[in-house]
Design a protein around this ligand. Structure first.
Ligand code: 5GP
Length: 210
């Protein structure tokens, strides 16, 4: 199918300030907490993996999820893979800073490790979905919310399909979600367009460590 012309205006510059509020370009917000979000398939986890490898000075939150590990994923590195029962208990115990259901699974950010890094002044990064980003906005108003946008809708479709790790119905569900997820970019402080993983990482690190 054809491109999604409606989204073009959001992604035509590599760094786009969506809100004219107190954030100084180059500052990670008073909390020292940065959220990287954006549609599924845009490349958030690739950006996170590169930062994990290249920037040990940046702490990357490890989420809990009820989804099964993909090949190559290591428990405790990409995610803590937990059962529904364990996830329920964490929600009930107030242990999650935010959590959301996404394409049939649940994902959440353990609260305590984030609080600890913020208190210690360590730059902290969460790689989470849009709903989670909204919850962080409410819980930590000073957090810097960064939206990672695809260069184009067609490119997002291509990346989601090419990943080859999900069955077609799961890809379809993720694309349906991506439509509204792209619209949500307007709620974020800054948009980075994922034309190159290396460039996005440099821009993100600059925002976090300035
Ligand atoms: P995936 O299954 O592809 O690893 O992740 C699916 C979606 O869940 C992605 O958009 C990812 O950013 C998001 N996600 C990962 N961890 C968390 C989390 O702790 N909280 C929320 N709200 N979303 C998460």
């Amino acid at each position: 199918m054809g491109g999604r012309g409606g989204h073009g205006s959001n992604t035509d510059s590599s760094v786009h300030r969506a809100r004219g509020t107190a954030l100084v370009p180059g500052a990670a917000g008073d909390a020292g907490l940065t959220v990287l979000s954006g549609p599924s398939g845009v490349g958030k986890s690739t950006v996170a993996a590169r930062i994990r490898k290249k920037r040990p000075d940046i702490w990357l939150s490890v989420s809990v999820t009820t989804r099964a590990p993909r090949p190559g994923e290591v428990d405790g590195r990409e995610y803590h893979f937990v059962s529904d029962e364990v996830f329920d208990a964490m929600v009930e115990g107030g242990e999650l800073l935010e959590w959301a259901s996404f394409a049939g699974n649940r994902y959440g950010t353990p609260r305590e490790p984030v609080t600890r890094r913020i208190a210690a002044g360590v730059p902290a990064l969460l790689e989470i979905d849009i709903e989670g980003a909204r919850q962080v906005r409410r819980a930590v108003p000073d957090a810097l919310l960064v939206f990672l946008a695809p260069p184009s809708w067609d490119e997002l479709v291509r990346r989601l399909s090419a990943r080859g790790t999900e069955p077609p119905e799961v890809i379809g569900r993720r694309l349906e979600l991506a439509d509204s997820e792209i619209e949500a970019g307007q709620e974020f402080d800054i948009t980075l367009v994922n034309t190159s993983v290396k460039d996005v990482c440099e821009q993100l690190v600059a925002l976090m460590t300035a």
